[in-house]
Ligand binder design. Structure first.
Ligand SMILES: *[C@@H]1O[C@H](CO)[C@@H](O)[C@H](O)[C@H]1NC(C)=O
Length: 218
């Protein structure tokens, strides 16, 4: 399914000041990944997805990067993910999601609502009922301050020890929230994105709580 591309996306000239990027697990084409093909490194990994949605999800890298596991997760265990960068844009809301179909479907395993990513490390538990095998692990982010953007970095991972099938996992977990990528849904500057269906594992920040109303509704 995957093929090697020259550098179409790199050639579009979308270079922005540093925002934030997933630094562990190593996302596809990350400069932090010592095994990454140096000729394909995305040095603007901190840039958001394009507003027209043309490189949703994962900046398109799930389709044009050779699959290679960067880490393995055992269901039921706790792990960390880390973020690097200098512009947190006042925080916002983030999600951690998994895709078992190369990016067609992303299901949320943890949400950080408000204040994300004001810390550079978040712990999460890989749920016990995930499916086993190759998956894409995604960090997505809706910034509070600045342009209306969706940030998304994805990593190739392997999951073991899970009790679920892909179908059972996909029906049990909520869809990743998607906005600001030409899909008719937009976040609003200065207003916290509160996911309507954040899943079972939620970390609240910035004064938000389980009773905060979902916003925006799309
Ligand atoms: C996150 O987990 C990795 C892998 O277990 C570990 O090497 C790293 O030190 C951890 N990072 C932090 C900031 O704790």
């Amino acid at each position: 399914m995957r093929f090697t591309l020259a550098f179409g996306l790199l050639a579009t000239g979308h270079f922005a000041a540093a925002h934030m990027e997933l630094s562990w697990p190593y996302p596809l084409r990350s400069r932090f990944d010592p095994q990454a093909d140096q000729s394909t490194i995305d040095y603007s990994m901190t840039s958001p997805l394009l507003a027209d949605g043309s490189n949703f999800p994962c900046k398109g890298y799930q389709d044009d990067t050779t699959w290679r596991a960067t880490t393995t997760y055992t269901a039921g265990e706790t792990y960390n993910m880390t973020l690097t960068g200098s512009a947190t844009h006042g925080g916002g809301s983030c999600q951690l999601s998994l895709s078992y179909d190369d990016g067609a479907t992303f299901k949320v395993i943890q949400s950080m609502i408000g204040g994300c990513p004001l810390q550079s490390k978040y712990d999460f538990t890989m749920p016990s009922d995930v499916a086993n095998g190759q998956a894409l692990f995604a960090w997505s982010w809706f910034n509070l301050v600045g342009n209306r953007e969706m940030y998304m970095n994805c990593a190739d991972v392997v999951i073991s020890g899970g009790s679920g099938s892909v179908a059972a996992f996909e029906s049990a977990y909520p869809d990743m929230f998607v906005a600001n990528v030409g899909n008719g849904c937009s976040s609003v500057e200065g207003q916290q994105t509160v996911f309507a269906d954040p899943g079972a594992q939620v970390i609240y920040g910035a004064g938000l709580s389980a009773t905060s109303p979902a916003f925006p509704s799309c």
